[in-house]
Write a protein that binds this ligand. Structure first.
Ligand SMILES: Cc1cc2nc3c(=O)[nH]c(=O)nc-3n(C[C@H](O)[C@H](O)[C@H](O)COP(=O)(O)O)c2cc1C
Length: 167
């Protein structure tokens, strides 16, 4: 599949098969995340992989928009470290997360990002549940697994978004 086709066919998946995800595929997705660009190449990220069903159920219970993590066999959790780069830790880690998601799609896996960074109570509960060190922030929880539905999506018209030379 060409790159544009890959990008256009990735969808946020909210229903998953129970089929386990192969460890080699998770490893490839992690490597894709690892190779994201970052400001001054500081790489202000760490990554967690959670498969335990009890934890997944607890996470689904505390995040109102991430019920699907109870079903997805894997959760990818990108952590950011503001002490490594105060200004860019979130944007860098978002890029790494996107690379994970694109790689997952290329391997036939579905993903769905559920935001955490702006939800202090949920972030606190996740940190406590997973023993995440105080200095790290939880950017998101990302469901990963084989899709059990297909979805349509849409985007704003490019002609209305693009300004050339001057606005
Ligand atoms: C920062 C961010 C936060 C998101 N949070 C959620 C969320 O909490 N729950 C959810 O179901 N989807 C979430 N999404 C997925 C978006 O709803 C989805 O990307 C958008 O509707 C476009 O659909 P598509 O990804 O299938 O093209 C989030 C996406 C981003 C980038």
């Amino acid at each position: 599949m060409d790159v544009l086709e890959l990008l256009k066919t990735r969808r946020s998946i909210r229903k998953y098969k129970s089929t386990p995800v192969e460890e080699e595929k998770i490893q490839k997705c992690l490597e894709a995340a690892q190779w994201a660009p970052s400001a001054s190449n500081k790489q202000p990220w760490e990554f967690m992989i959670v498969t335990d069903s009890e934890i997944r159920n607890k996470m689904a219970a505390i995040h109102p928009y991430a019920k699907f993590v109870a079903e997805s066999p894997v959760i990818f959790i990108p952590l950011t470290d503001p002490t490594i780069h105060q200004d860019y830790h979130q944007s860098d880690t978002a890029l790494a997360t996107m690379q994970f998601m694109i790689m997952a799609h290329a391997l036939g896996l579905g993903t769905c990002w559920a935001g955490v960074i702006n939800k202090p109570q949920i972030e606190k509960e996740i940190k406590s549940m997973l023993n995440i060190p105080e200095k790290l922030r939880v950017l998101a929880i990302v469901a990963v697994g084989y899709p059990d539905h297909t979805r349509e999506s849409n985007r704003k018209n490019l002609e209305k978004l693009v300004h050339r030379e001057t606005y």
